[in-house]
Design a protein around this ligand. Sequence first.
Ligand code: GRG
Length: 293
Amino acid sequence: MNDSLKSKINEYKDAVNKKLDEYLKVQYPEEIWDSMRYSVLSGGKRIRPLLVLETCNALSGDYLKAIPVACAIEMLHSQSLIHDDLPCMDNDDYRRGKLTNHKVFGESTAVLAGDALLSFAPQIILQHTKCEDSIKLKLLEEFFISAGAEKLIAGQVVDIASEGKQIDKNTLDFIHKNKTGALFCLSVRSGAMIAGADGKTLENLTEFAKKIGLAFQISDDILDETATLETLGKTPHKDKQAGKVTYLSFYGMEEAKKRLDFLCSSACDILEKNKINSDILREITLSINERVK
Ligand code: GRG
């Protein structure tokens, strides 16, 4: 990646991290804000906020206007990780190279920190996004749908119900289109809506986001098997231990990598065909493929 792309990506990440820190100001009772801050400000690749800001920028929007929604989506993502790590779900001790939220703050505070992030995030969109009310309403509608029983929660429910079972490809796709793909789509669409994208552009970008969302999950499944606690930041081999079917166990390594490659190159084709000129969206796509190289 060239230096100017690296510096733009760092500019985006710094802007998001600064605002997250600002929005999540500690108040009484401190315990809950400390717990929320612990997870949200604990690193992470910030891929979803980057997608929001760069999609807005690539469509000639002002990316600064998209920062509140980028932060809100990162809060939602953090909430889903806190709850996913709980003993009643995936039961993980490590996340982003640190102890999981419930290991530090206890289960009841971790549940409440997730709940608090989920209700705080849309307030950030509502109070801080400078755009027309009709766009703000649409951002909120898509945020709530993505977080709810039609998307994120649907994926999680079917994932849990499928543990130890030999599921088919449609079920596997359903889980990950919702658990992972939904927030990729929400990110790209939110950035595009703030830039004032038309329906056709939104459709094309949704197709792009679906492909990189699935690609990201395939790379995640491969890394769960091949990476270490140090590089992964969380306990490896969890999927196998939980008896989960993954893209890796379903297709085998060679085919899984082929699919990952295909999804990333067709995502880049969508950008090119539709003249969405963004070296950063392209670079993010390539980096998803590079994760497992
Ligand atoms: C929304 C109310 C509500 C509940 C959430 C727990 C749950 C229901 C859903 C689980 C969603 C989940 C954990 C999906 C996994 C997605 C995924 C690939 C996470 C890893 O993302 P990275 O690698 O993480 O971008 P970093 O740490 O870099 O941010």
